[in-house]
Ligand binder design. Sequence first.
Ligand code: SAM
Length: 288
Amino acid sequence: MINLTDPAEIKRLAAAHGFRFSKSLGQNFLTDPSVVRKTAAASSENGVKNVIEIGPGFGVLTRELAACYDRVVAVEIDKTLLPVLDETLAGLPNVTVVNADVMKTDLQKLIKSAFGGGRANIAANLPYYITTPVITSLLESGADIASITVMVQKEVAERLTAAPGSPECGAISAAVSYRANAKKLFDVPPSSFVPRPKVTSSVIRLDMLSAPAVPAQDEKLLFAVIKAAFGQRRKQLKNSLFSAFPNVGKQAIFDAVDGAGLRPDIRGEKLTLEEFALVADRLYKHLR
Ligand code: SAM
């Protein structure tokens, strides 16, 4: 039986298939069986039966997911991994590998065609170079996603799961908390991978909300306000907003901040999601 958590087995497979690890594709493969088990278990906890895995690599997490789910679709960009996956996933009829760049994949379409509709979870040991764009596009895809369980760089995990208003919070944390409940689950040291990355990783889970966390008249405007606030996070909110929306005028911006019940000197990084929505809704009439 293939043991994909054994570094010797990884070496053997790589040599047998002439596979070379690509740094630029973030190819650090998991070799810690407890991390693999815990990630798949956390991902499938909500009882959803279908999962899309991003970046199966040699298939270590894919095999565990296959045991936890009815159906697994694994999206892998690197076609040199396909013959390896043919070998490592042989005999698993509930797994399908799709050779594609997840950044160019319409996930809503994939979920429909692969699972015939219904909700799906997302699971991944994500390559670091696409963490933020993948998570942002998953959150905004409108696809029927129930939860996203991903391994990311520890610092990024802390940012993604930070509560708005807390010191670690950034624009991405606010965007996450608008659409999901985010939880950091556990840390994973560099020694859990082959080859070893330089940084510690963490597994997080985003449980998607059935409706956005706060009502907003115009989502795009809400995100523009959040981006403006964190773009110049040490500045007073009213000044950041004036730089971002000069046509609104200083008085209307002061009124929006005041009307949202905020101190005139408050800094953008201090706002909760509700407060961002209150400010955005007060700016709305000036920007239509
Ligand atoms: N899941 C495996 C594991 O845990 O051992 C491999 C994880 S490795 C960190 C990231 C994987 O994502 C690699 O297999 C890499 O080729 C793949 N990948 C990188 N960029 C991708 C993209 N844009 N779309 C799909 N897969 C991608």
